[in-house]
Design a protein around this ligand. Structure first.
Ligand SMILES: *Cc1c(COP(=O)(O)O)cnc(C)c1O
Length: 430
C-alpha cells in the first residue's frame, strides 16, 4: 500500500472544511487527476510543498509573482506597511504614488481607481462603460476570462474552460442577456453585430493577448479593428490586462501591440501577490465614477496599505534595465527547446507565446480561438502534467492555462525543465 503524503492528508482535511478543499476551483487538480501539493513556502522561482518537495514554479500564483516569491524588496515593503497599521478606510499618500507609477508606465491611463481583485476591476469597468454610454450590451469573446462576476460568466475561459461548464449555475439569464460572446479573432462577426445593434452596445471587453484559454495571440488587425469599430459606434473599448499588464511589456499589451483602449483593467502584478485590482483610463470616462459622477463603486479595503505597498515595490523593480528583455528571451528559449523536443519525439504540439507567457497545446491544429484551443488531447496533457510534477516542475494543472515566467527563472532552470520534459515525453510514448 502506498503511504499517504502530507499533502494528501492535508487535502482530505481541507475537503472536510472547504468545498472541494480549495478556495479557487482550478487548484483542486480536477482536470489532471491526482491531489494537489500543499505549499509551505516559495523563494524566487521555486516553491516547496509540505512534504519537502521542491518545484520550479511556472504558475506564480497565476501571474502576480513576476519578481518571484518572497522578493526581498516586496517583503520589506509589506513589513514596513504592516507596522503602521493594516487598513484605515481613509486616503493615504501611497495610493496616489501607486496611481502615478501606473500612469508613468501606461500613459493612456489618465485616472485610476483601486479595487480588491481583477473581478472587481472588470465589474467596475462594465458599470462605467454602461453608465457613460447609457447603453446596456457588452461584447466579450469566447474563452476570454474576466473574473467571476455574474455578467461575464458567458463562454468564459480559465477554470470554466477546465470544468467544461458553459457558464455557471446561479447566474440569472436576465443578467447575461446583455453580454454577447463572439469568437476571438473574428472581426467580421464583431462588425456584423455592431451593424445590427451598434446603438445599444456600451462597449467591447477583450484580453488583448488571451491567456485564459491558453495563450492565444490576436491576429493582425483584430485589436485595431475593435478600436475602429467601437470608435465609429461611440462604444468604449476595454482591455482586460489583468494578466498582460506589466508582464508582456512595461506598459502591458496596449504598449506591446500599440493599440490604445478607453479603459484598462489591472490586477495580479499590480499587487505583487497581495489582493488588488484597478480600473483606469480616459479622464472623462473615469470621472463618471462616484464621488464625481453617478456610477457607484466603493470598497472597505480598496487601496489597502499593504497591497499598495507591495504593488509599489513590485512596479519599481520592473524598471530594472533589461527586465523585459530577460523575460522575453527566457520565454522564447523555453518555447524553442520545447518545440524541438516534441518535434523530435514525433509529437505534434502547438506552442503559443507572448513575453512571459507560454502554452503547449497538445493539438495538431493552429490555435487561434476557443474552439481550436478546446480541440486538444486532454489525456496526453494529463500524463505530461503528472510526469512534470513528479520531476519537480510545477505547471498550471489545466491544458487551458498559461505557463508564467518570473525574472528569477534562468537558464539553469530552463535546462532542468527541459530534462524533465524529455523524460515526461518518453513516458507519454509508452
Ligand atoms: C485573473 C483574471 C481576472 C480576475 O482576477 P481576480 O483577481 O482573480 O478576480 C480577470 N481577468 C483576467 C484576464 C484574469 O486573468
Amino acid at each position: 500500500m502506498k503511504t499517504q503524503t502530507k499533502s494528501q492528508a492535508a487535502f482530505v482535511q481541507a475537503k472536510r472544511a472547504i468545498p472541494g478543499g480549495v478556495n479557487s476551483p482550478v487548484r483542486a487538480y480536477g482536470s489532471v487527476d491526482g491531489d494537489p501539493p500543499f505549499i509551505e513556502r516559495g523563494e524566487g522561482a521555486y516553491i516547496y510543498d509540505i512534504d519537502g518537495n521542491e518545484y520550479i514554479d511556472y504558475v506564480l500564483s497565476w501571474g502576480p509573482m513576476i519578481l518571484g516569491h518572497a522578493h526581498p524588496a516586496v517583503v520589506e515593503a509589506v513589513k514596513v506597511a504592516a507596522d503602521k497599521g493594516t487598513s484605515f478606510g481613509a486616503p493615504t499618500e501611497a495610493e496616489t504614488e501607486l496611481a502615478q507609477l501606473v500612469k508613468l508606465k501606461m500613459p493612456h491611463i489618465e485616472k485610476l481607481r483601486l479595487v480588491n481583485s481583477g473581478t472587481e476591476a472588470v465589474m467596475t469597468a462594465a458599470r462605467i462603460v454602461r453608465g457613460y454610454t447609457g447603453r446596456e450590451i457588452i461584447v466579450k469573446f469566447d474563452g476570454c476570462y474576466h473574473g467571476h462576476s455574474d455578467g461575464f460568466l458567458v463562454a468564459a475561459g480559465s477554470g470554466l474552460a477546465t470544468g467544461g461548464l458553459p457558464a455557471s449555475a446561479g447566474v440569472p439569464g436576465s443578467i447575461t442577456e446583455n453580454t454577447l460572446s463572439l469568437p476571438y479573432n473574428n472581426i467580421d462577426m464583431v462588425e456584423d453585430f455592431f451593424r445590427r445593434k451598434g446603438d445599444q452596445i456600451a462597449g467591447v471587453i477583450v484580453e488583448p493577448i488571451a491567456a485564459n484559454m491558453g495563450v492565444v495571440l490576436p491576429h493582425d488587425g483584430f485589436l485595431e479593428g475593435l478600436r475602429e469599430i467601437t470608435r465609429k459606434h461611440s462604444a468604449l473599448l476595454v482591455f482586460d490586462e489583468v494578466i498582460t499588464g506589466f508582464r508582456v511589456a512595461r506598459g502591458g499589451a496596449s504598449q506591446y501591440l500599440d493599440v490604445i483602449p478607453d479603459l484598462v483593467c489591472l490586477g495580479k502584478i499590480i499587487g505583487g501577490g497581495l489582493p488588488i485590482g484597478a480600473v483606469g483610463g480616459r479622464k472623462d470616462v473615469m470621472e463618471k465614477l462616484a464621488p464625481l459622477g453617478e456610477v457607484y463603486q466603493a470598497g472597505t479595503l480598496s487601496g489597502n496599505p499593504i497591497s499598495v505597498a507591495a504593488g509599489i515595490a513590485t512596479l519599481r523593480e520592473l524598471e530594472e534595465e533589461g527586465f523585459y528583455d530577460t523575460i522575453r528571451r527566457n520565454t522564447e528559449r523555453l518555447a524553442e527547446s520545447l518545440l524541438e523536443v516534441f518535434t523530435s519525439a514525433d509529437m505534434e504540439v502547438q506552442i503559443n507565446t507572448a513575453p512571459g507567457l507560454l502554452t503547449v497545446f497538445f493539438s495538431q491544429t493552429v490555435v487561434t480561438d476557443f474552439l481550436s484551443a478546446k480541440d486538444c488531447n486532454d489525456s496526453a496533457f494529463r500524463k505530461f502534467f503528472q510526469g512534470m510534477l513528479t520531476r519537480g516542475i510545477y505547471l498550471p494543472p489545466s491544458p487551458y492555462e498559461a505557463w508564467f515566467f518570473s525574472i528569477q527563472h534562468n537558464d539553469t532552470m530552463i535546462k532542468r525543465t527541459m530534462e524533465a520534459v524529455t523524460e515526461a515525453i518518453d513516458e507519454l510514448k509508452l
